[in-house]
Design a protein around this ligand. Structure first.
Ligand SMILES: O=C[C@H](O)[C@H](O)COP(=O)(O)O
Ligand SMILES: C=C(OP(=O)(O)O)C(=O)O
Ligand SMILES: [Mn+2]
Length: 522
């Protein structure tokens, strides 16, 4: 942590907040107004802590954003500096000229998210880092340009329900981040796919090419970036509307859609919990908490995606006029995938310069030194909320591979949020060649993740799932006991298998149990 008691700062108050001014007990109220502080009138917060440009004082318990002299975006970085580095997983387009035309056009379009949203999420993640809150990140493996309103709504509703269950268990706020509103680019294991003797470029996500197995669809088309921009804009708008316009109203979570649970004892216990959540909501209503109260009526859902297609990401970088920092405005949170996290590669170069909260996938092969160097490059100020490490080791590896990483970072005092993606290390093909994942393996990896953090005295900060609100048949197992033979009934994913609604809720109940136990032994 960085203290500022003696550091001269130029401050602007970014929220309506009361700030204790020096020792004169004078308060003032400012909103988004630049305030230049003369040295003799400098803020003096005893025990004041600055993280992410947000200063908080234990004495006043008020916050104020501070613009420090050194910007978050490094001076030796530019939106296109990634172009000088080796870039993996980028498509080969038929015409690079066309790509640059589209990129120049997108550069003039409005941002999809505002810097303020990214800043707020960074702050929320810093809270998780401090031990207050839990992250739920989830959504499609690959969003579709044909996704309907209902599909988006179902996924967001599923996230709300899961978050309610997790909050019930943890009694802490849940930071909801959708793999939504931009999750269109996919890294692949193979560049090519072969079917019946025909070889075509692999599908790389709807922002690059089409999934159908024919040459026209599979040829990368830069115009798809525009379609993805438009779809992301509409989806982000819908997500914001759902989050702020009453859809999150706790009373709406009455229809849990949990018929599957009534058949077993364990399921009945879940139903009982769901009922108790509803009762709690009714209790607050009875106490007079108005249904118009934003606490009941609204919530925050942030968008996120893998920042893979760098020409597109570059085109959506915008400078924040308040701080001068550069933001990736393609989503509030972006992450670097397991296949593109090379220290000297283009994707790390891009991510180090944007001020968003960022994530990095951490597979079973990650070495301690490598991870420490990634932290140096991506979070040189060691600020809470900047860096989220998303482990994806597989249920067979996590218990043996994670402890040394967690221990090393703890020893070095690195501030990161650890969350677990319990999907990507558990993918396998059935005997008939269908990609799937087992609900049991996913739960096993989540449990091991909590156990490792408990043993190391660190914090399991959240979970990351490929999931949907639809009752698809892509992952096997769960209380619905989905069998490999049934996968073809409703397999809709364009890339990896997702948990369906019942499998997602069931996992949320399991995690809530773990969180509850954790809270009870504190
Ligand atoms: O979502 C992650 C990757 O894009 C996906 O797991 C790659 O799948 P593949 O191994 O079939 O290429
Ligand atoms: C590509 C993904 O995962 P990973 O980089 O962990 O393989 C993903 O999350 O979609
Ligand atoms: Mn995936």
């Amino acid at each position: 942590m960085q203290t500022t008691t003696a550091t001269p700062v130029v401050a602007f108050v970014n929220k309506v907040e009361y700030v204790k001014h020096n020792d004169k007990n004078r308060y003032f109220r400012e909103k988004r107004k630049f305030v230049s502080l003369k040295p003799e009138k400098r803020f003096s917060f005893p025990e004041c802590v600055v993280e992410n440009g947000i200063a908080s004082s234990n004495v006043t318990r008020k916050t104020v954003d501070l613009k420090e002299k050194e910007p978050l975006t490094p001076r030796d970085w530019s939106v296109d500096s990634w172009r000088g580095k080796p870039a993996k997983q980028l498509p080969t387009y038929p015409s690079q000229e066309e790509v640059e035309k589209v990129v120049s056009y997108i550069k003039h379009l409005p941002p999809l998210v505002q810097a303020e949203e990214a800043k707020l999420l960074r702050y929320r993640l810093a809270e998780v880092c401090r031990g207050r809150g839990f992250v739920l990140q989830g959504g499609d493996c690959a969003e579709s340009l044909e996704e309907s309103t209902d599909g988006v709504r179902d996924t967001v509703r599923a996230l709300f329900k899961m978050a309610m269950i997790l909050m019930w268990g943890s009694l802490e706020p849940v930071v909801k981040i959708g793999r939504i509103g931009g999750q269109f680019a996919k890294p692949r294991s193979d560049d090519w796919e072969e079917q019946d003797g025909q070889r075509l470029p692999c599908y790389r996500g709807d922002i690059v090419n089409g999934a159908p197995f024919d040459l026209a669809s599979r040829t990368p088309d830069p115009k798809r970036m525009l379609a993805a921009y438009q779809h992301s804009a509409a989806t982000t708008n819908l997500v914001r509307a759902l989050a702020s316009g009453g859809f999150a109203d706790l009373r709406n979570v009455k229809s849990w859609g949990m018929d599957w649970a009534s058949k077993t004892e364990k399921g009945k216990a879940y139903l009982d919990t769901a009922e108790r959540i509803e009762e709690a909501v009714r209790f607050w209503e009875t106490c007079g908490v108005s249904s118009q109260d934003p606490i009941i009526y609204s919530t925050e859902v942030y968008t996120s995606h893998e920042a893979l297609l760098l020409p597109y990401e570059e085109a959506l970088c915008r400078r924040d006029p308040l701080t001068g920092d550069m933001y990736a405005t393609s989503g509030a949170f972006i992450w670097i995938g397991e296949r593109t996290r090379d220290l000297d590669g283009a994707h790390v170069e891009f991510a180090r310069g944007v001020a968003n909260p960022i994530g990095v996938k951490v597979g079973a092969g990650m070495q301690v030194d490598e991870l420490l160097r990634l932290c140096d490059v991506l979070n040189p100020r060691n600020e809470m909320g900047r860096l989220t490490l998303i482990t994806r080791m597989g249920s067979k590896n996590l218990a043996s591979k994670l402890p040394q990483l967690v221990r090393a970072l703890k020893k070095e005092g690195r501030h990161v949020v650890w969350i677990t993606d319990a999907m990507h290390g558990n993918t396998y093909k059935t005997s008939s060649g269908v990609k799937t994942r087992s609900w049991n393996h996913i739960l096993e990896e989540v449990r091991d993740f909590f156990a490792v953090h408990q043993a190391e005295g660190t914090r399991a900060g959240g979970v990351h799932f490929e999931m949907t609100g639809k009752e698809v048949t892509e992952c096997v197992g769960g209380m619905i006991d989905l069998k490999a033979e049934s996968l073809s009934k409703r397999y809709e994913s364009l890339c990896d298998p997702r948990l369906n609604l019942s499998q997602s809720l069931e996992l949320a109940f399991e995690i809530a149990e773990i969180l509850k136990k954790q809270r009870q032994v504190k």
